[in-house]
Design a protein around this ligand. Structure first.
Ligand SMILES: Cc1cc2nc3c(=O)[nH]c(=O)nc-3n(C[C@H](O)[C@H](O)[C@H](O)COP(=O)(O)OP(=O)(O)OC[C@H]3O[C@@H](n4cnc5c(N)ncnc54)[C@H](O)[C@@H]3O)c2cc1C
Length: 347
């Protein structure tokens, strides 16, 4: 079988890139081992334009949000399932210093679309322990990343363009103008392996700095929370009375499995926040493909031009993914130069 691009990994990165390559009429095939350990399967998919203690805008967020919304909507049209949900974030402000910083930011013209001075607590009112004060983030969103990758997995299987197996590096032959992988001849391989990129013999020289995250799925009967709430950790509404609660951030870990300590930490935090009972339904963990300089990995192997990478979406795949998957497609198909900040040549 002759194709243009062989994609390894069908998490958020591989799915978005596959979408843009198909849109550009490229022939693709994907290899994914059934989302084993995929960060995309447990991510809340929150797009939060203003982060950190000083409430700074996320890198390039003014361009990333409109592009993300447009892309997820296009993916919905193909699939008829809503993936992109605009939803405000109410966040606790813990002291007068934070409140002052928030108010100062809300006065800055470039922040006005993202920061509301007065927060509407909605159904959280009376159900959470009071904080010093609250702020509300606008233009934030929740992307249903697990559902997106699952539903596209089904589609790719139906189209016969996804092999559900582990990629075998031993079977990869480098040809003069492409690669052969078993029955497949492709012009290029694009590795979108997420955290597993550290085991890729061609790209493991890149400074991956994986970060483990644990989350709880909880039931909070009759809470009826419609907004995202941030009080050190996030409460993110899922369907009916189910909520995503997370996450932990561990830079040192033994494996990618949920731990007792991680579960307890999240449960305690939730107890500190809520004045109403909840029930833990699930406890999950995965590794985020984070990068030391917090910028994605795009580009071509320094020696083998047939081998390329799209990875390093880190903690912000939902917002970074669409824009940079499109950028990668433009680079591959239309030979457009890669942005220096994301090009792996920076290492
Ligand atoms: C707890 C947690 C919470 C998060 N919350 C958010 C959030 O709220 N907002 C946000 O924007 N981001 C969030 N993220 C980050 C987000 O999940 C990632 O940025 C994004 O999902 C990364 O996608 P990916 O496709 O690069 O990697 P992955 O989702 O890990 O996908 C990689 C895929 O490649 C496959 N694969 C790898 N190697 C091979 C191989 N050799 N052969 C075959 N298949 C292979 C895997 O099976 C997997 O399916 C969160 C992450 C975690 C862990």
């Amino acid at each position: 079988m002759k194709i243009d691009y062989l994609i390894v990994g069908q998490g958020l990165a591989g799915t978005l890139l596959a979408h843009f390559l198909q849109e550009a009429q490229q022939r693709i095939h994907i290899i994914d081992n059934a989302h084993q350990g995929a960060a995309s399967k447990i991510a809340a998919g929150v797009i939060n334009p203003v982060t950190g203690r000083r409430f700074v805008k996320s890198w390039r967020i003014d361009s990333l949000i409109p592009f993300a919304e447009q892309t997820y909507r296009a993916l919905e049209t193909e699939d008829n399932i809503p993936f992109y949900h605009p939803i405000p974030i109410v966040r606790s402000l813990f002291n007068s210093g934070e409140e002052t910083n928030w108010l100062l930011r809300s006065d800055e013209p470039s922040y006005q679309q993202y920061i509301l001075e007065d927060a509407d607590l909605g159904a959280y009112k009376g159900r959470i322990r009071p904080s010093y004060s609250y702020g509300e983030v606008a233009r934030s969103a929740k992307v249903d990343v697990p559902r997106l990758v699952e539903s596209y997995r089904e589609q790719y299987l139906q189209q016969g363009i996804l092999s559900s197996t582990v990629f075998d590096f031993e079977a990869l032959e480098l040809l003069e103008n492409g690669v052969r992988y078993k029955q497949i001849e492709a012009r290029k391989v694009i590795f979108c392996e997420g955290q597993r990129g550290i085991y890729n013999p061609y790209f493991n020289y890149l400074p991956f700095n994986d970060c483990k995250g644990e989350v709880l799925i909880v039931k909070i009967p009759s809470a009826n929370f419609k907004r995202i709430f941030k009080h050190r950790i996030f409460i993110v509404p899922l369907q009916e009375d189910h909520y995503w609660v997370g996450s932990t951030t561990d830079w040192e870990f033994e494996d990618a499995l949920p731990t007792k300590a991680g579960g307890k930490f999240l449960e305690n935090r939730l107890n500190d926040m809520l004045q109403i009972p909840f029930e833990v339904l699930e406890h999950k963990a995965a590794l985020r493909p984070t990068v030391r300089d917090r910028r994605p990995f795009l580009g071509v192997h320094p020696e083998f031009s047939q081998l390329t990478i799209f990875n390093g979406l880190g903690t912000k795949g939902a917002s970074l993914g669409p824009f940079f998957a499109h950028h990668m497609m433009q680079y591959l198909v239309h030979q457009q130069a890669l942005d220096k900040e994301v090009n792996i040549r920076r290492f």
